[in-house]
Design a protein. Structure first.
Ligand code: GDP
Ligand code: IMO
Ligand code: MG
Length: 423
């Protein structure tokens, strides 16, 4: 059996959580492989809306094993809160949720360091979620981080203190206040005691064992391909490999074992945080998109920047991920527009038109070149089959498929599970 991967092709918040929840009945395992509480994955069903940050989005399906993989950076305090928040759903999390002992721990000082680094960058700040993601991955790669398995060791506190001393030196260099630290540490050690009672495992054996016994696994990406640390708009990226290859290192699965790669994209674009966004709209059209799409961050509540669909960026993401199926989200948000634009190329300051994301492009002022299509301008709220789509939406889908060369097999027309049209 092969492992399927589901990931975002834009700057995050494409609707990954919704689709993992929709697809979950076809799988036996759902696994997160990178990122941490910077993610906010929203699920809506039976009139309930729920946002998950670190727990995989298969948690509401009782037959599914949910794995937090080794590639994840995990905040014990936030995990405890998330699990407490599941209380009303009668989920057997000690059975349905397991955590890799090799996942990296976010300690309180990582969050302070995240804030200190951002403050020191002034107007060049990344717009981080301030969840400590960058500093934690820095320590992982720098070989000084703590891992989930360490909390079971009798000398965990000593290891913690060693890391703490290192962080304090840096915080004092940045002159960053640590007066909140004591209170954060109390919460942290309480949460660590709680995590000790959960199912902590060598998840690479569980994942590979599941594949060997023909169980179906879905790897759930966080963030989006344009925030990938290697291929995103560096330095305005997150600190992990958000692309399909990250599912291999983040779970211990060989590349030859990857099956379908589901690429999720919005019918337009959004971005939170700083960094280039060629099709961003600063006018009433952008404002209308934000309002209609309720484009406010699931993790930080920040308003999301909005703009038209960017084909060069989408083609790039499809290429680096080897996407086999496309899923288009939030088509309903475009209901309100009489005309819909799609960026086909970028015009460089020299006048040259390109459709590649070259190294240089991050630092350039590029002008999007648009194709304009007629909007459908009607509600999709009650449409439940592709045949009943308005012709203009069918034309939009057909144009994208021709340009992207990958089938669009699912179109989402609202946040609820049932507002999902499979072709
Ligand atoms: P994720 O991070 O990729 O899981 O996405 P988020 O949950 O951060 O953001 C997606 C938002 O769009 C959530 O509020 C979803 O409930 C909502 N959503 C998902 N699909 C659709 C859709 O097809 N139409 C509309 N209007 N909203 C959607
Ligand atoms: P999901 O999984 C959207 C953005 C932040 C910032 C940059 C770096 O819900 O799609 P970080 O905290 O990772 O150091 O921030 O990445 N970012 C996201 N944007 N959705 C996310 O996750 C994001 N996770 C991080 O806004 O620009
Ligand atoms: Mg999100």
């Amino acid at each position: 059996m092969k492992m399927d991967v589901l990931l975002g092709l834009q700057w995050g918040d494409e609707g990954k959580g919704k689709i993992v929840d929709v697809l979950a009945p076809q799988y036996e395992v759902v696994a997160r492989f990178q990122g941490g509480p910077n993610a906010g994955h929203t699920l809506e069903f039976d009139g309930i809306k729920h946002v998950l940050h670190q727990i995989p989005s298969g948690i509401f399906r009782s037959q599914i094993l949910n794995i937090i993989g080794n590639g994840v950076v995990l905040d014990p305090i936030i995990l405890k809160k998330e699990i407490d928040g599941l209380g009303k759903f009668s989920i057997d999390y000690r059975k349905n949720l397991v955590i890799s002992k090799k996942a990296t721990i976010i300690v309180p000082t990582h969050k302070l360091l995240d804030a200190a680094y951002e403050q020191s960058k002034g107007d060049k700040k990344i717009g981080s979620t301030l969840k400590g993601i960058g500093p934690t991955y820095q320590d992982k790669i720098g070989r000084s981080a703590l891992r989930i398995g360490d909390i079971l060791s009798p000398d965990f506190k000593d290891k913690y203190d060693t890391l703490l001393e290192k962080h304090k030196t840096t915080l004092s260099f940045y002159n960053y206040p640590t007066d909140k630290l004591e209170e954060m540490e109390v919460q942290f050690f309480e949460a660590v005691e709680f995590i000790k009672t959960l199912n902590l495992i060598d998840s690479e054996y569980v994942v590979n064992g599941a594949l060997a016994s023909n169980k179906r696994i879905l790897a759930e990406g966080a963030q989006g391909s344009l925030l990938d640390v290697d291929f995103g708009s560096y330095p305005f990226v997150t600190s992990s490999n958000t692309m399909a290859a990250g599912a291999c290192t983040g779970l211990g699965v060989a590349p030859s074992r990857i099956g379908e790669v589901f690429g999720i994209f919005k019918a337009y674009c959004t971005r939170v945080g700083s960094g280039p966004f060629p099709t961003e709209l600063f006018d009433e059209t952008g404002e209308a998109m934000r309002k209609e799409g309720n484009e406010f961050g699931s993790t930080t509540g920040r308003p999301r920047r909005c703009g038209w669909l960017d084909l060069p960026a989408l083609k790039y993401s499809i290429m680096i991920n080897g996407v086999t199926q496309l899923y288009m989200m939030k088509a309903d948000v475009l209901n309100i527009f009489e005309e819909i634009k799609i960026c086909t190329h970028y015009e460089l300051p020299s006048g040259e038109k390109i459709d590649r994301l070259s190294f240089e492009i991050t630092d350039m002022e590029v002008k999007p070149v648009y194709k304009t299509m007629k909007g459908w301008n009607c509600s999709l709220a009650d449409v439940r089959s592709y045949e009943n789509f308005p012709d203009e939406l069918k034309a939009y889908v057909a144009y994208l498929e021709k340009e992207l060369n990958v089938p669009i097999n699912l179109i989402s027309v609202g946040p609820d599970r049932i507002q999902t049209i499979l072709r």
